[in-house]
Structures are given as structure tokens and as C-alpha cells.
Design a binder for this molecule. Structure first.
Ligand code: FAD
Ligand code: NAI
Length: 465
């Protein structure tokens, strides 16, 4: 029997970062992962392969539609096999990188499915069926999440796919219906739209991307519509029938009315993700997940002594960088240090074109909480770098407390918004006022000046418009 300080079940961004931090702090740590590679959803079938396809398809689209404006005349030809191959190679390099970091930090990767079989005991079943039991002072659950199912729409990964299937379609669909106008639907819908598919997004709500600032979401939807993505909002899918070469979907207005049948080559089901704790043996230590399957925690401690949980398996944004923050804080607490995560400062980025990025509160959240705030907004159409690059779509918006001027939320839509938001995460972590950013010199000409101008706009002294 092996003796560990901490055994982490799951090798995704939560689990692998927990392992590495534990190794750095001198704890004897093992990560149990059943997939053939480390990196979890994010590296294998999530963040990384989706970004690889978003990047490649964005360049393909630019070559088709934007290069000529810059005086570059090309006629791009799509090589989908190569596009998928470079994606797979990047993913493989990344997952091997995690393996290297495990070795460097003396973290054991125990290959197999982990099951808690009592306090401090984890049973691991390897692929060949062999079973070992490990002993440990602490168990960290980092088993992540899986796509939420929709009754009547059975994912076969052939014609009806989830995000994993949509990352590896064998051909560019002539038509693709996406169920769910959330981040996955719009990122992967964008990929296939740019490569030539007709894309229709069916969304239950009367808006896209719930959780995003409403004004930003409207601008975002307008932009995606201009790119050729069609939206059917306020609509619910009640059934799907997959044939050999297409799928027919029954769609009804949420408000009531006649159902219609939509047909497409492929359907992507992307209506959210749910915690994954199958076969984990939670009952052996008396942990009962909440109604939606999340493991309830207090500063990562579950109701069972010595059992902790992090990442997508617990409440909070289902994001890789949030899982990573959880992991560091949790392991530092296990090591007897202080661990802390400010969930208000977990940024979100949608990696479409334009990108959308935000941190802190939306205008709707501030209004609902009765917080008096001022807004400063700056359009990229007035930013010199954006103009020179012919990338003038979108804006930056800064929301600050009306009395104290503390920055409460920042919303950016436009190319590289994801890179720009980091500045505001740091500013907000230091409780900056909008004036602090407004009076900080930014390099010229950069898109980051638009972020600064938005901060200047809070006090009404925007200069570049
Ligand atoms: P996971 O990454 O899901 O890892 C859990 C691991 O545990 C898995 O490898 C699983 O095999 C393993 N496991 C489960 N049960 C057991 C068991 N009993 N024994 C052994 N192993 C087990 N987030 C972002 O921040 N940015 C993005 O751009 C982004 N893009 C995404 C794109 C897509 C298509 C998807 C699906 C997700 C995306 N996400 C993104 C979300 C991100 O992938 C997750 O938030 C993140 O992976 C959660 O990390 P985790 O460690 O909690 O869980
Ligand atoms: P989501 O929660 O972002 O969006 C799901 C959408 O589906 C919502 O708009 C919801 O109203 C809609 N919906 C729910 N039920 C429906 C139904 N029956 N019919 C039609 N629409 C319905 O979930 P998504 O897109 O699946 O992504 C899951 C999570 O993965 C995200 O919330 C995010 O945490 C993570 N992710 C993050 C990315 C990033 O950071 N760039 C990229 C991709 C995923």
C-alpha cells in the first residue's frame, strides 16, 4: 500500500495543477487519471483543441474575406485533414508537457479510474482490470464535468455530436444546427461557419450567452449574424431523429405555437455541462452531491473529513483558469497555508471573432443589486490601432462605483479582448479606481488604449474619439 499526503482524482486543469503545486510544496502527491493522457477536458477535448480550430479557421476566413483589403490576393484552399492534424499535434505536445511537469515536481500519475472506498483510501482500477488501493491523508476530487444531455436528442457522435464530436467532424457540414447559444455553441459554430457550413443556432432564451453583459451580448449577436450565423431564439428542441446523412429536429417556440421541423447535416448539442462524479464512491464517505450533481464545499472542504473538491465538480464558473485557482488554494490549505480565490475576479473570454471578454459585474447585476455606478465606453472604431488594422468592431466598457470610483466590471468586445482583460483583472485585484487606469500611460498605438479611454470615459474625459 502506498502512502501519500494527497491523492488527486482527475488530471485536468484542477487536478494537474493541484499535483504540481503539491509537489512544489514538498507533499507526496499522486494524480489518478483514467484517460490515456493528462490534461483533462481542457487540454484533450476542450479549451485547447477548440482554440486550435478557432485560430486556424479565423485565418482561413481572413484569407478569404480580409486579406484583399490589405493588398494580399490569395485563394485559400481548405485542407481539413491538415487542420485537424496540427490540432492533434498541439494537443499532444501540451498533454506531454503536463507529464514532464509531473516528473519535474515528483508527482506520480496513477493510471486508471479512481474510487473512494473509505476515509483516506482510493482504489484504482487500471485499463487491464487490475486493482490497487492507495492510502492518503487527503483526497482531492477533481473529476470535472461532462456535457449535459437533452431528452429526445441522443448524441451518437456521428450526426448528433457534443463538443467532442464537433472538434473532429470528418467533413465541413453543408448545414449545422447548434442547440444552445452558449460559449461552446458559438465558438464551435463559428469554426464550422468560417469553414463553409450554414449554421443555425437554436436557443431556449430570448438572448444569447446568458451571463454576458446584455449590451455586449446584443453587439455580439449582431456581429455573428453579419458573419452568416442564423439565430432562432426563444425556441426549444423537443426531439431529434438522426438519419444516415442528416438529422431532423423538432423545434417549438418556448412561448407556445406550432412546432417546425429543421433539417441539417449535423447537430451540435451544447446546452451546458454538468459535474462528473460517476463511479467515484462518494457514498463511501457520506458525500451527497446537490440537486445538479455539484459537490458542496466550504473552502474546498467537503462534508467528509480529509476529502476536498475543486474545479468543474464544484460550484462556480466552469472554466479552466478557475479550476487552476481552486487547485492552488486547496493544496496550499492542505499544506497548512492560506488559500484564497476571488470568484468575482475570474474573467471570461469567448474566443470568437470578435472576442468577448469580461470580469466583475455586468450592468444588469449592478442594477439588480442597487449599486450606483458610472459607465465609460469607448468604441474600437475610434482607436488608431484598430483603424489601421481594419478591425474596428466592438467597444470597451468600464463600470465603476459612482461614489468610490472602484472598478466593478469591465466588458470588452473586439479582436484580442481576451488579451486586454488581464490588465483589468490585475487592476481590480488591487481595488483600482477607474481613475487609476485612466491616468496610467498606455503604449501607442495599441488596442489597450481603448481600454484606458473607456476608463477615462467614466469621468467624461475620453480624448481619442
Ligand atoms: P476536467 O478538465 O474535466 O478534468 C477531469 C479529469 O478527471 C478528466 O480527465 C477525467 O478523465 C478524469 N476523471 C474523472 N473521473 C475520474 C475517476 N473516477 N478516476 C480517474 N480520473 C477521472 N475553459 C476555459 O477556461 N477556457 C476555454 O477556452 C475553454 N474552452 C472549452 C471548450 C470546450 C469545447 C469545453 C468542453 C470546455 C472548455 N472549457 C474552457 C472548460 C474547461 O475545459 C473546464 O472548465 C476545465 O477542464 C475543468 O477542469 P477540471 O480539472 O475541473 O476538470
Ligand atoms: P453554456 O451554459 O455556456 O450555454 C448553454 C446555452 O444553452 C445557454 O444559452 C442555455 O440557455 C441554452 N440552453 C439550455 N437548454 C437548452 C435547450 N433545451 N434548448 C436550447 N437551448 C438551451 O454551456 P455550453 O456552451 O455548453 O458550455 C459549457 C461550459 O463550458 C461553459 O459554460 C463554460 O463554462 C465552458 N466553456 C468555456 C469556454 C471559454 O471559456 N472560452 C469555451 C467553451 C466552454
Amino acid at each position: 500500500m502506498a502512502q501519500y499526503d494527497v491523492i488527486i482524482i482527475g488530471g485536468g486543469p484542477g487536478g494537474y495543477n493541484a499535483g504540481i503545486r503539491a509537489g512544489q510544496l514538498g507533499l507526496k502527491a499522486a494524480v489518478v487519471e483514467k484517460r490515456g493522457t493528462l490534461g483533462g477536458t481542457c487540454l484533450n477535448v476542450g479549451c485547447m483543441p477548440s482554440k486550435a480550430l478557432l485560430h486556424a479557421s479565423e485565418l482561413y476566413d481572413a484569407a478569404n474575406n480580409e486579406f484583399a483589403t490589405l493588398g494580399i490576393e490569395v485563394k485559400p484552399k481548405l485542407n481539413l485533414v491538415q487542420m485537424m492534424k496540427q490540432k492533434a499535434e498541439s494537443v499532444s505536445a501540451l498533454t506531454k508537457g503536463v507529464e514532464f511537469l509531473f516528473k519535474k515536481n515528483k508527482v506520480d500519475w496513477v493510471k486508471g479510474a479512481g474510487k473512494i472506498v473509505g476515509q483516506g483510501k482510493v482504489e484504482v482500477t487500471a485499463e487491464d482490470g487490475s486493482v490497487i488501493t492507495l492510502e492518503t491523508a487527503n483526497i482531492v476530487i477533481a473529476t470535472g464535468s461532462e456535457p449535459s444531455p437533452l431528452p429526445g436528442v441522443e448524441v451518437d457522435q456521428k450526426r448528433i455530436v457534443d463538443s467532442t464530436g464537433a472538434l473532429s467532424l470528418p467533413e465541413v457540414p453543408k448545414s449545422l444546427i447548434v442547440i444552445g447559444a452558449g460559449i461552446i455553441g458559438l465558438e464551435l459554430g463559428s469554426v464550422w461557419r468560417r469553414l463553409g457550413a450554414e449554421v443555425t443556432v437554436v436557443e431556449f432564451l430570448d438572448r444569447i450567452t446568458p451571463g454576458m453583459d446584455a449590451e455586449t451580448a446584443k453587439t455580439f449577436q449582431r456581429s455573428l449574424t453579419k458573419q452568416g450565423i442564423a439565430f432562432k431564439l426563444g425556441s426549444k428542441v423537443t426531439g431529434a431523429k438522426a438519419g444516415k446523412s442528416n438529422v431532423s429536429l423538432t423545434v417549438e417556440p418556448v412561448a407556445g405555437g406550432a412546432a417546425e421541423t429543421l433539417t441539417a447535416d449535423y447537430v451540435l448539442l451544447a446546452i451546458g455541462r454538468r459535474p462528473y462524479t460517476d463511479g467515484l464512491g462518494l457514498e463511501s464517505v457520506g458525500i451527497v452531491p446537490d440537486k445538479r450533481g455539484f459537490i458542496e464545499t466550504d473552502h474546498f472542504k467537503t462534508s467528509a473529513p480529509g476529502v476536498w473538491a475543486i474545479g468543474d465538480a464544484i460550484l462556480g464558473p466552469m472554466l479552466a483558469h478557475k479550476a487552476e485557482e481552486d487547485s492552488v488554494a486547496c493544496i496550499e490549505m492542505i499544506a497548512g497555508k492560506w488559500g484564497h480565490v476571488d470568484y468575482n475576479l475570474v474573467p471570461s473570454v469567448v474566443y470568437t471573432a470578435p472576442e468577448v471578454a469580461w470580469v466583475g459585474k455586468t450592468e444588469e447585476q449592478l442594477k439588480e443589486a442597487g449599486v450606483a455606478y458610472k459607465a465609460g465606453k469607448f468604441p474600437f472604431s475610434a482607436n488608431s490601432r484598430a483603424k489601421i488594422n481594419h478591425e474596428t468592431e466592438g467597444f470597451a466598457k468600464v463600470l465603476a462605483d459612482a461614489k468610490t470610483d472602484e472598478i466593478l466590471g469591465v466588458h470588452i468586445i473586439g479582436p484580442q479582448a481576451g488579451e486586454m482583460i488581464g490588465e483589468y483583472c490585475v487592476a481590480m485585484a488591487f481595488k483600482a479606481a477607474s481613475e487609476d487606469v485612466a491616468r496610467t500611460c498606455h503604449p501607442h498605438p495599441t488596442r489597450s488604449e481603448a481600454g484606458r479611454q473607456a476608463a477615462m470615459g467614466v469621468e467624461g474625459w475620453t480624448m481619442q474619439a
